[in-house]
Design a protein around this ligand. Structure first.
Ligand code: HEM
Length: 408
């Protein structure tokens, strides 16, 4: 009798232990999932808001040149097809982030299936427009990065379109369990655009500058790695998560919860870094009431030449300093626009104005050095890169260019 009681007691104890252990594992996984999703959602919404306000408000003002402040190959005068592809890509970016987020809300799915279906169709179409426009921008128009990165992003575009087809196919077949799996995979590959930005800025923040890539060309082993990791890592985590959630294996659930927690902290740090360095300044610029001096001078250069533009710059600076935006990046981006269309003499004049306005800043000298170098004036290029390096001894680009210029 005694042995029987003891056995029952041991079994109960083991059951209780297991039960509470499993309850804890379930709660931990739920909490970690919510935490991860909250961080992720904050990033997605901030990203969409930045794209809508920065590019949208510039377009409404007719200041398409402003796009080039945040993109290396944004707006190019005369390139209608290319500019249209960029506009489609940007509009699709905002739609796909917002539509995707709405699709995930269970209440919407359950209570408004009609809306879920139409929003799903919009998401499907946008998956194609963003991918095809992105492919055009990359392969036809050209962008930063090398072949390996182009390959990584091409596979990403292909996966987005393939997963969109699979999600639609299973929805039409009314196999909603499989549909949900493909829709989640689609959502994760689409979100690679957030993961890559967070990853790059987290690396810049941790390494206090570029590590494993050249910031001018965006080429290097780190960029190659992240071009593939931006979707392969999230997809792998998603597959593991789905399997862990299906099985009631407490240690696996706890390990998954801990991993999700660490991933959420890393993602949060990356989002914070990109927000501080890029998104918040872009939102601020979008609401800047001043007229862009770059846009004004660009129109003058096109209609009346560089001499008049330089005179206009001095006039406006003397008579209307608060009306125009004379920030350092204005002339810098105008100079680069001119460099891109090989107007070297005009670019030199614009960068010279920036050096005069900001004599203690390293970057305008670096840009002036580049304009002289591209225009074939080696001694002036060397002098300006040297000045830039004096003002900022950490300017790796100047070191590289000086080495190149001094090699016979
Ligand atoms: C699906 C999600 C995607 C979103 C939300 C997205 C969003 C954006 C945004 C907002 C920009 C402007 C730069 C910035 O402000 O950060 C951009 C640029 C660009 N995107 Fe995408 N994109 C996505 C997918 C893709 C894909 C799949 C490709 C390639 C096939 C691609 C190729 C490009 C290119 C080439 C640029 C121009 C980069 C430059 O010249 O600086 N994007 N994208």
């Amino acid at each position: 009798m005694g042995a029987q009681v003891q056995a029952t007691f041991r079994a109960t104890e083991a059951w209780q232990k297991q039960y509470s252990w499993e309850a804890f594992a379930g709660t931990a996984l739920k909490a970690a999932t919510r935490f991860w999703f909250l961080v992720f959602l904050t990033g997605q919404l901030l990203f969409a808001f930045t794209v809508a306000t920065f590019y949208g408000r510039a377009a409404v003002r007719g200041d398409f040149e402003a796009w080039n402040k945040s993109m290396t190959h944004g707006y190019r005068a005369g390139d209608t097809a290319g500019n249209l592809a960029v506009a489609i890509h940007l509009i699709s970016a905002v739609i796909i982030i917002l539509a995707g987020t709405i699709q995930l809300i269970p209440q919407v799915r359950n209570r408004a299936p009609f809306f879920h279906r139409w929003n799903g169709r919009l998401y499907f179409v946008t998956a194609f427009t963003i991918s095809l426009a992105g492919l055009y921008m990359m392969w036809v128009r050209g962008t930063v990065g090398d072949l390996s990165q182009h390959l990584g992003n091409t596979i990403l575009a292909a996966l987005i379109m393939l997963f969109a087809i699979m999600a639609l196919r299973y929805a039409m077949a009314r196999d909603f369990k499989t549909h949900r799996r493909w829709a989640l995979r689609l959502y994760f590959v689409v979100s690679a655009s957030l993961f890559i930005r967070a990853g790059i800025f987290l690396s810049l923040f941790l390494n206090r500058g570029p590590f494993g890539f050249d910031p001018a060309t965006f080429q290097g082993p780190f960029m190659t790695f992240i071009s593939f990791a931006q979707y392969l890592v999230p997809l792998a985590v998603l597959e593991i998560y789905l399997r862990v959630r299906e099985r009631s294996n407490a240690p696996a659930r706890i390990a998954m919860a801990a991993s999700l927690f660490i991933l959420a902290v890393a993602l949060g740090a990356g989002i914070f870094a990109v927000a501080m360095a890029k998104w918040l300044p872009s939102i601020q610029a979008a609401y800047d009431p001043r007229t862009s001096i770059a846009q004004t001078l660009s129109a003058t250069i096109a209609s009346s030449g560089i001499d008049l533009a330089v005179r206009q710059y001095h006039d406006f600076k003397a008579t209307a300093p608060a009306t125009y935006n004379f920030d350092e990046d204005q002339l810098n981006s105008l100079g680069y626009q001119l460099l891109r269309v090989h107007q070297f003499k005009e670019a030199v004049r614009i960068f010279q104005l920036n050096v005069e306005a900001y004599p203690q800043s390293s970057n305008p000298y670096d840009s002036l050095g580049e304009a002289y170098m591209n225009g074939g004036d080696k001694p002036q290029a060397i002098a300006n890169y040297q000045k830039s390096l004096e003002l900022n001894p950490k300017n790796g680009n100047a070191v590289k260019m000086l080495r190149k210029l001094k090699t016979p």
